[in-house]
Write a protein that binds this ligand. Structure first.
Ligand code: NDP
Length: 459
């Protein structure tokens, strides 16, 4: 059977252009499995746009976009409370600045390595483009483990980390924020050290700051809120809403807590939360005040939540939340947390929508299972973009020495999430994959960045 002409063109551009490129990326970035996964997931969807815009192929945009503009790796020595010396590794990958200063969070977690930072930085390029804000893509972090460290140890680590990183930052150059293991406390220590070294009160150099010293209202809530607002938009296209839906959330950090809060505000019942020790199921609905108290003030574990909540909830050690039946699943912990088998279970239990609060939490085979079953699936670069978008709003307030109300900032966030949903939805339709948010997000983000790179010459 002969393929329909335009399908043939997609197929040709895929095998002729994309496969050799991907092979070269594997060869040059050995062992960086998460980076390979993120690149593959994007390249797989670009066939139609390369067929329509051959100038991107001629200008070797893909080769350029997959190679970071700059990669920094540095030593971070620090001493603990007993005076023992530790040496960690710091990273900052400045991936793409065609739309604005590099922008993306810092992750402190023992699993951090160059491949993970590159996967996150690569995703960040397209995510930031989707927001419509003037921000480039970058990401950083360290293999430092903040668990069970005192405030003084965290401060000394942050000061040492910033002592090297500061020379690469600037409000027009590179603007980090938080991610796993980096919240308001860490941003405070990092900002204090930057200010001390540079003798500049450069508010716009870091986002996620405290409200009294340059932070933005709604930044703390933005990623989780945005993820739920995106989910509501997806459901709306199917004539549904969140009211009365049963929602499973994984994680119990910043994104998970505020995804739970917004889902509850919209009338859903959130029945789970988790951490790396296991999960809690609470059929009556998570008691968010208690969860915040355990996690935010006490930095405790979800098992403690279950203990204090009593009868209504149950802690299940060593397992993931996806075995709990739900209408909507919001993975908000970390990468690769929904396996193919988990996706089969979710589908069997009748899930209608899955939106990634975390970055790349759904494994490729799981994405396939969900899409084939007709589940509305939102990739992180669209669904969790509310965090970085509100960081850009923080930069805007810093630049104008202004601060906006919570209501106004949240309204801007809601507008941005509707805009991202609309652009993913219409781009997927325009390129022949209606309802496929992976295709929509990748192509919509890619086109903006590729056009800017073309316009700026050989960069
Ligand atoms: P936090 O550090 O606040 O919380 C992370 C949560 O995920 C914790 O409950 C943690 O449990 C759990 N977790 C982390 N690693 C693992 C693991 N290997 N296995 C099981 N559970 C794990 O981070 P955030 O909430 O900020 O980030 C969560 C995700 O959202 C990440 O993928 C991040 O990249 C993404 N994201 C965050 C944004 C933000 O604004 N914060 C913006 C966009 C995306 P434990 O305590 O046991 O480690």
């Amino acid at each position: 059977m002969t393929a329909e002409p335009h399908t043939q063109v997609h197929h040709d551009s895929r095998s002729r252009v994309i496969e050799p490129l991907y092979a070269e990326i594997l060869r040059r970035n050995r062992g960086e499995t998460e980076f390979h996964q993120a690149v593959r997931e994007v390249l797989e969807t670009l066939g139609p746009v390369l067929a329509k815009r051959p100038e991107f192929v001629d200008a070797r945009i893909i080769e350029r976009i997959c190679e970071p503009e700059r990669q920094l790796i540095f030593r971070v020595p620090w001493s603990d409370d007993s005076g023992d010396i530790h040496v960690n590794r710091g990273f900052r990958v400045e991936f793409n600045s065609s739309l604005g200063p590099y922008k993306g969070g810092l992750r402190f977690h023992p699993s951090v390595n160059l491949g993970i930072v590159k996967f996150l930085g690569f995703e960040q390029i397209f995510k930031n483009a989707l927001t419509g804000m003037p921000i480039g893509g970058g990401k950083g972090g360290s293999d430092f483990d903040p668990k069970n460290r005192s405030d003084a140890e965290i401060m000394r680590f942050c000061q040492s980390f910033m002592t090297e990183l500061h020379r690469h930052l600037g409000e027009y150059t590179d603007v980090p924020a938080g991610d796993i293991g980096v919240g308001g406390r860490e941003i405070g220590y990092l900002f204090g050290q930057y200010k001390r070294i540079t003798n500049r009160y450069e508010s716009g150099v870091l986002t996620g700051k405290g409200l009294g010293w340059g932070g933005s209202q709604a930044r703390t809530e933005a990623t989780g809120y945005g993820c739920v607002l995106f989910t509501a938009e997806m459901l709306r296209t199917r004539g549904e809403d969140l009211d009365g839906q049963r929602v499973a959330v994984s994680g119990s950090g910043n994104v998970a807590i505020y995804a739970t809060e917004k889902a509850q505000q919209l009338g859903a019942t959130v029945v789970t939360c988790s951490d790396s020790d296991g999960y809690v199921v609470d059929d009556k609905g998570i008691d968010l005040d208690l969860l915040k108290e355990v996690k935010e003030s006490g930095r405790g574990r979800v098992s403690e939540y279950a203990q204090r909540r009593g009868g209504a909830s149950r802690f299940v050690p060593g397992r993931g939340v996806w075995e709990v039946p739900c209408d909507v699943a919001l993975p908000c912990a970390t990468q690769n947390e929904i396996t193919g088998d988990d996706a089969i279970t979710l589908v069997r239990n009748g899930v209608k929508a899955v939106a990634e609060g975390a970055n790349m939490p759904t494994m490729p085979e799981a994405v396939r299972v969900l899409q084939e079953a007709g589940v509305a699936f939102a990739p992180g670069k669209a669904a969790n973009a509310g965090g970085v978008a509100t960081s850009a709003l923080e930069m805007q307030q810093n630049a104008s020495r202004d601060s906006w109300s919570f209501g106004y900032t949240e309204e801007r966030l809601a507008d941005i999430m509707r805009y991202i949903h609309h652009s993913c939805h219409t781009t997927a339709e325009r390129y022949g994959s209606p309802g496929n948010y992976v295709v929509g997000a990748n192509i919509a983000g890619f086109e903006v960045v590729a056009d800017a790179m073309l316009a700026q010459g050989l960069i």
